[in-house]
Design a protein around this ligand. Structure first.
Ligand code: ZN
Length: 167
């Protein structure tokens, strides 16, 4: 079963000492993080977040997609987050391919044409952060008192570099 047995065993061990069952639904620190799915990023450890502290929204590239925005609206209006952090990262796979190349690779392997999908690859890492911060800031539905900042996480050093200051 691949990895399933070992993750289920790990969960049993986790649950044996679990003592955070009384947390409230709203994130305690009012933070929402939008970042990439990259396995080398552990947002909780990298940002000093404890369970219950923050929302973490992840997709390939950490892009401000419609669905990421959907989550930010729920996160902020229903659950009180007011500090949004957009975090892209060095060595991101989404900067290594064009949308066309991604579509070609998937089409070759799955046998279906996926060229209609927007894979949101990018060329310039800092610019992709700025674009996604701008997109979130431009949404009139985002709470007026929410701040959005943009950062690049370095997967080699673990360092977070600010690209767009919170505003
Ligand atoms: Zn990535």
């Amino acid at each position: 079963m691949g990895q399933l047995t070992s993750v289920l065993e790990a969960n049993q061990r986790f649950a044996e000492s679990f003592d955070k069952g009384e947390l409230e639904i709203p994130p305690a620190r009012n933070i929402a993080v939008l970042t990439c799915i990259d396995a080398r990023i552990d947002p909780a450890k990298a940002l000093g977040l404890e369970i219950g502290d923050a929302h973490v929204i992840r997709n390939a590239g950490g892009r401000a997609t419609d669905d990421a925005v959907r989550s930010l609206l729920i996160s902020s209006w229903l659950l009180g987050t007011r500090e949004f952090l957009v975090i892209h990262h060095t060595d991101c796979g989404m900067a290594k391919f064009t949308d066309e190349a991604v579509a070609e690779i998937i089409a070759e392997r799955c046998g279906e044409d996926v060229s209609e999908l927007d894979f949101l690859t990018f060329r310039d890492l800092d610019q992709s952060v700025r674009d996604d911060v701008d997109r979130i800031r431009s949404l009139c539905q985002i709470p007026a008192d929410a701040t959005v900042s943009g950062h690049v996480y370095d997967v080699r050093t673990g360092t977070l570099q600010e690209v767009v200051p919170a505003e």
